[in-house]
Design a protein around this ligand. Structure first.
Ligand SMILES: [Zn+2]
Length: 142
């Protein structure tokens, strides 16, 4: 697939700016000069925007910004519900008597960076016959 977004560096004001590939007007969005050079191409607008932000950032904070963007990207693609081992969550949440509280599930899910609430998880585990409700927000492993 052809990258749809092009990031230019303006030869006149030295600022980076982005254009859609289909755009007829490739002039600098900051100073209107048309002597930009292409510094990168991107599939989506968000990547292009990140590239522009980095290019327009002073060098001394650039690496911090790059780090921050990388971190936020990896956060977005963190473990999803489907990647959770339900049995592991239950084992890790239960105390030595096999008792599981909503709070302990919450902590385990948090540790696993799971994108499912403790309520929902307990409900699903109960429905699957893996948990037996024995009280308010309290379960026993089956
Ligand atoms: Zn310019």
């Amino acid at each position: 697939m052809e990258p749809r977004w092009i990031v230019f560096l303006c030869g006149s004001c030295k600022a980076a700016y982005g254009k859609s590939r289909s755009s007829k007007d490739m002039r600098c969005t900051h100073c209107n000069h048309a002597d930009g050079v292409i510094i990168s191409r991107h599939q989506n607008a968000e990547d292009a925007r990140n590239a522009i932000t980095i290019a327009n950032t002073p060098p001394e904070i650039k690496s911090d910004l790059e780090k921050w963007i990388k971190n936020s990207e990896s956060r977005n693609s963190s473990v999803k519900i489907t990647n959770i081992d339900g049995n592991q969550v239950l084992t890790q949440s239960a105390d030595e008597d096999g008792i599981v509280s909503l709070e302990s599930i919450e902590i385990t899910l948090l540790e696993m960076r799971a994108e499912i609430g403790a309520d929902e998880f307990a409900e699903q585990a109960s429905a699957a016959g893996e948990l037996l409700r024995i009280g308010n927000n309290l379960w026993r492993l089956v």
